[in-house]
Design a protein around this ligand. Structure first.
Ligand code: EPZ
Length: 417
């Protein structure tokens, strides 16, 4: 069981590049099921979740090849349209196979993903919307069984914003008969990247990135090629790594416009941040003040940066009230940060962080989920002495070579088996 060991006290400086976006690569890889033949994707991050997706695509009869950051997948008609439990339980995003299999082949058997540390993570909104597209959906012994002659376009509205639900419906509607209008759609940049790829395959989608997306179904899609957009959550995490150590760090090969909410909160806290089209630089700061943050669907403050920002606020002067509105249990990192000496009072959806500048002391801590593990590594960068983050496999699901990137910026960090 790998651990990450960090010795605090180094000021990071220099330039680091963001990798491709995990949360764009996963839906786009699943969208390849909509068109038989060879698809090619560039700037795909080398992550455990991408490997899990490759495993599931191969289980569905595809050939995959992942060299460097180029991922090729040759799709042919699956022998069985099943995404089994032992693959889905490793990665909830496997539910994104449901929409494409239903749209392309008219039937699918996908294991219910089950919950995870940050919440129950139901898929009721996905299933309701697929039913509105005419699919017959049944749940039996832990599986979703979907069946349809051909999905039929319709107007539907998500009662609450769901990234995965929007993605599943986008992919399903691409091959449905007639027009689908999705209201209250998620507006994340990864939705736009997916819609761009679907349109490259021949789909007719407009409005992606806004809350109303229109899809005119087509008979057939063909394989294409795409560069995956930069990972805004990884880029934000690296920017915070520079900021929390009081260093000057530039993150390049990224899309600062995707991080307007984080950048404006960091500026409000007192950081000087310059941006270009493809890079952002945080200037050295000797102190910064606590600011209140409420997470929300894009373009609001990303829930996936809440834990990392909390680490930054433990070093602020004053108090920061952090409100998590997207997931019901995304404060597991609070107890771990408290082990390092942070002064945080967690309530159900709110955590009150009292800045204890310079008072964190290294200790062994436990990663509970992907973004919590990043938050603990960030805290280790400034905690006095040594911090060992256990269960670092969580980090490997979503960060490509995090320790190498931080070490290149001057961090004293290494992985211990
Ligand atoms: C995606 O998860 C991301 N994962 C998550 O990133 C991210 O935190 C989340 O969107 C929100 O931005 C991928 O893209 C692979 P949702 P997803 O459906 O699609 C509830 C990371 O760290 N909900 O937008 O599962 C749900 O419980 C991961 O990279 C329902 O109630 O998120 C949650 O409270 C973590 N019913 C809220 O909606 C449903 O049918 C938002 O979930 C679907 C969702």
């Amino acid at each position: 069981m790998d651990k990450m060991r960090v010795r605090g006290g180094k000021t990071l400086s220099g330039k680091v590049s963001a990798s491709g976006a995990k949360n764009s690569a996963l839906p786009i890889l699943f969208s390849s099921l909509l068109a038989e033949g060879e698809h090619v994707f560039h700037n795909v991050p080398r992550l455990v979740d991408v490997n899990s997706t490759a495993q599931l695509l191969e289980h569905l009869g595809c050939q995959t090849e992942f060299k460097g950051n180029t991922f090729r997948v040759n799709v042919s008609r699956p022998k069985e349209m099943e995404a089994p439990y032992d693959l889905v339980r490793k990665m909830r995003a496997s539910i994104l196979a449901l929409g494409p299999l239903l749209a392309k082949y008219g039937h699918a058997k996908v294991s219910l993903p089950g919950g995870c540390a940050i919440g129950t993570r139901p898929i009721d909104l996905h299933l309701e919307a697929l039913k509105e597209l005419g699919a017959e959906i049944n749940l039996d012994s832990g599986y979703v069984f979907g069946k349809t002659k051909r999905l039929k376009g319709t107007s539907l509205i998500f009662e609450s914003v769901t990234v995965g639900g929007t993605e599943n419906i986008l992919m399903a509607a691409a091959l449905a008969e007639g027009r689908t209008i999705i209201e209250n759609a998620a507006k994340e940049p990864e939705i736009v990247d997916l819609a761009n790829y679907l349109n490259k395959m021949g789909a007719k989608i407009s409005g992606a990135g806004s809350s109303i997306i229109t899809v005119d179904g087509v008979e057939k899609l063909k394989p294409a090629e795409q560069d995956i957009i930069a990972d805004r959550i990884e880029a934000g995490t690296l920017l915070i790594a520079g900021a929390i150590t009081g260093g000057q760090v530039t993150v390049d090969k990224c899309r600062p416009h995707d991080l307007d909410a984080l950048i404006s909160k960091m500026r409000e806290s007192g950081f000087k941040i310059e941006t270009t089209e493809t890079s952002m630089t945080v200037q050295p700061a000797s102190n910064w003040c606590g600011v209140d943050v409420t997470t929300a669907p894009h373009p609001g403050f990303p829930t996936d940066l809440q834990a990392q920002f909390m680490s930054l606020m433990t070093q602020a002067t004053g108090t920061s009230v952090i409100t998590e509105t997207v997931f019901e249990n995304r404060f597991m990192h609070v107890q771990e940060l408290s082990r390092l000496g942070a002064d945080i009072t967690p309530k159900t959806r709110v955590a009150i962080v009292r800045g204890t500048r310079g008072k964190l002391k290294g200790a062994p801590v436990m990663a509970t989920d992907l973004r919590a593990s990043a938050c603990l590594v960030l805290a280790g960068l400034i905690a006095e002495g040594e911090t060992v983050v256990n269960r670092i496999y969580h980090l490997d699901r979503g960060y490509e070579g995090m320790e190498n990137k931080l070490r290149a910026l001057g961090a004293e960090i290494d992985r211990i088996a």
